[in-house]
Design a protein around this ligand. Structure first.
Ligand code: ZN
Ligand code: ZN
Length: 62
């Protein structure tokens, strides 16, 4: 699990809101909204990263 935003390099704590794409590029919430929830590396959709300790729900309606 990456600890920094790939765009602005801000530190991302386990409990802070972060967003990841399918390739696990990781961004902070600010950069994610700036990019309209699209990864700048692979154009994948960015989704909210589960917080540490949270149960990962893989069943997601699109
Ligand atoms: Zn950022
Ligand atoms: Zn990506």
């Amino acid at each position: 699990m990456r600890k920094k935003c790939e765009k602005c390099s801000v530190e991302l704590q386990d409990q802070s809101d972060a967003y990841i794409c399918v390739h696990e590029c990781t961004y902070c919430e600010t950069c994610t909204s700036e990019m309209n929830h699209v990864c700048m590396n692979c154009n994948g959709e960015l989704v909210r990263r589960p917080k540490a300790g949270a149960q990962i729900v893989s069943c997601q309606l699109s």
